[in-house]
Design a protein around this ligand. Sequence first.
Ligand SMILES: Nc1nc2c(ncn2[C@@H]2O[C@H](COP(=O)(O)OP(=O)(O)OP(=O)(O)O)[C@@H](O)[C@H]2O)c(=O)[nH]1
Length: 194
Amino acid sequence: MTLILASSSAIRRALLEQAGVSFRVERPDVDEARIEATHAGHDFELALSLAEAKAAEVSTRHSGDWVIGGDSVVSVEGRRFMKPRDRDDAADHLLHFSGKAMRLVSAVALARNGELEWNHISDAVLHFRPLSEEFIQAYLDAEWPDVSYCVGVFRMEGLGVTLFDEVEGDHFTILGLPLLPLLGALRERGLMAS
Ligand SMILES: Nc1nc2c(ncn2[C@@H]2O[C@H](COP(=O)(O)OP(=O)(O)OP(=O)(O)O)[C@@H](O)[C@H]2O)c(=O)[nH]1
């Protein structure tokens, strides 16, 4: 029996590796746009649906193996933001975020043989400080394209921390994986040492 992380996210992989979890990675094959279209305005439900879809899809291809799926959704003043298309889009996102509060929702799910066995959702609120256009360009000079896969255009474990006045919520949730509840679920299933 193997544990699989159904994610292309480098940070999700790193978090599990740093926690000493034995697993392998498999990219999920999920039509995220179709699921997103059916969850307009409900970030918690969308993040969970996407995490579950990724876990379930990969688990149907690997009989008996446990599969982790994850997803993060961000909204600012009720408007959901997807990953930036390019550097200019990233700059536009950051200009919009300036001085506002972002809600970041991260969901994680476990599946086996196509059945969803466990999930956890948590959210964080990140308060952007006022960002000048000059700052944004200097930030992107340093961080683009490395942040192109990050839904909020930041890596909190890096320079992203300079964007905020205040952050409320779990650090791992912000990175995209509610790690502590997940490790508990893995222990309960004998998938890591208790
Ligand atoms: N390194 C880093 N990544 C972040 C941070 N905040 C959000 N992310 C990433 O932003 C991405 C959100 O997109 P998702 O659709 O959830 O996941 P993905 O990267 O597309 O990968 P899949 O799981 O294969 O869908 C995830 O990879 C998160 O880990 C952060 O502070 N640091």
